[in-house]
Design a protein around this ligand. Structure first.
Ligand SMILES: *Cc1c(COP(=O)(O)O)cnc(C)c1O
Length: 394
């Protein structure tokens, strides 16, 4: 046995298999639609964050192709070296208008955005105060910062106040960070209270609205718009990979913050920018949302329809306030088995287990989109009931 056999990894992978939590990544043989093809079989897709059906929308496809025809397929180099293309500038301007904020800086993804922004806007002598259920990219972004960190209990405003009372005085800047919508439970952060505390204690605020973008607020303007808090959040992060259907991330902020990020956000300095096809498609997505609320409304209607049926069937669907619908199974191995059984019945829904959520909190997470038909949702609910009964989940 040589060191290159990676025995230390073999042991850990074997343990995953023994525990029944080893993941075989599904392989999709078609575009991301309400139905997808897996192993040659059509199944209902309840896994993707393609809330509005933009991932394969004809208007976005056309815009992407047109952008390729004009600009080619690659951005060429990192933007601090080769510069932006005019369509990058245009997308930033359109997004800033859509978000009703002063400026927007694009990133290659939502993850990159958190990895870049948090470390750039904090330094030694500062404190980052974070909700305990914040997304992994916030946790990793925070780790890259030289600031100290503190965590408050999930959406617990008493606890946040306690942390601020205890620690505010010892630091220069204090940055409060929260998800806008929590991705695993679908609950919404109490932003008005967070903003009030931030104002009381003279702190900055940072909202990662990956799951609120394109979903909450007027025509998907996000959680800040949902609570009418424009101008009172310092940094609003959004993703362009979920409801917007393509890939990318951005921060909406003051122009001076954008200027600083251009010099210090490391993913912008050391990683190549979004390719033209992506930017072209995203410009079309922003245009569509600016034109009409029908996309977000269709998503919400479908989500409400599905949730009502699942609740009546007796499933524990948690306390989501958004289209995200967790269906709790709790036990990890049983969660994996539930998802597998549903797939063989033609319903594709992802199991979410530790370490994505706490141990014993296994669930399948249903993502209903604007493009599911009522027939598809009815079919899915019937299969949930059938398998749920067989496995004594209901
Ligand atoms: C999905 C998600 C991200 C990452 O976004 P990508 O664009 O997929 O990299 C960041 N933050 C939160 C809260 C998310 O849910």
């Amino acid at each position: 046995m040589s060191v290159h056999d990676l025995l230390f990894l073999q042991e850990q992978v074997s343990k995953l298999k023994e525990d029944g939590v080893f993941r075989k990544i599904p392989i999709i043989e078609s575009a991301n639609e309400a139905e997808v093809i897996i192993d040659g079989k059509k199944v209902i897709n309840l896994c993707s964050n393609n809330y509005l059906g933009f991932a394969n929308h004809p208007r976005l496809r056309k815009a992407a192709i047109e952008a390729i025809e004009k600009y080619g397929v690659g951005a060429g180099a990192v933007k601090t070296i080769v510069g932006n293309m005019d369509i990058h500038e245009q997308l930033e301007a359109e997004l800033a208008k859509f978000k009703k904020e002063e400026a927007v800086m694009l990133f290659q993804s939502g993850f990159n955005c958190n990895a870049g922004v948090i470390q750039a806007i904090t330094q030694a002598g500062d404190l980052i105060v974070s909700d305990e259920l914040n997304h992994a990219s916030i946790i990793d972004g925070t780790r890259l910062s030289k600031a100290d960190r503190a965590v408050y209990k999930h959406c617990d405003m008493e606890d946040l106040r306690k942390v601020l009372l205890e620690k505010r005085e010892s630091y220069n800047q204090v940055l409060i960070i929260t998800d806008g919508v929590f991705s695993m439970d679908g609950d919404i952060a109490p932003l008005p209270q967070i903003v009030a505390l931030a104002e009381e204690f003279d702190c900055l605020t940072y909202v990662d609205d990956a799951h609120g973008s394109g979903v909450l607020g007027q025509s998907g303007r996000g959680t800040v718009d949902h609570f009418h808090l424009h101008g009172r959040i310092d940094f609003t992060i959004g993703t362009l990979s979920k409801a917007f259907g393509v890939i990318g991330g951005y921060v909406a902020c003051k122009q001076v913050a954008k200027d600083w990020l251009a010099h210090r956000a490391r993913p912008l300095l050391f990683s190549t920018y979004l390719p033209p096809a992506v930017v072209g498609a995203l410009l079309e997505a922003v245009k569509m949302l600016s034109e009409s609320e029908k996309y977000t409304l269709a998503c919400w209607n479908n989500a409400r329809y599905f949730k009502d049926k699942m609740k009546s069937a007796g499933f524990d669907i948690g306390h989501s306030q958004t289209p995200i619908t967790p269906v709790f199974v709790f036990d990890e191995a049983k969660t994996m088995a539930f998802s597998k059984a549903l797939l063989s019945e033609g319903v594709f829904v992802s199991p979410i287990i530790f370490p994505t959520v706490a141990k014993g909190q296994g669930r399948v997470r249903v993502m209903v989109s604007a493009i599911h038909t009522k027939e598809q949702l009815d079919f899915a609910v019937d299969k949930f009931i059938k398998v749920g009964r067989e496995m004594q989940i209901i």
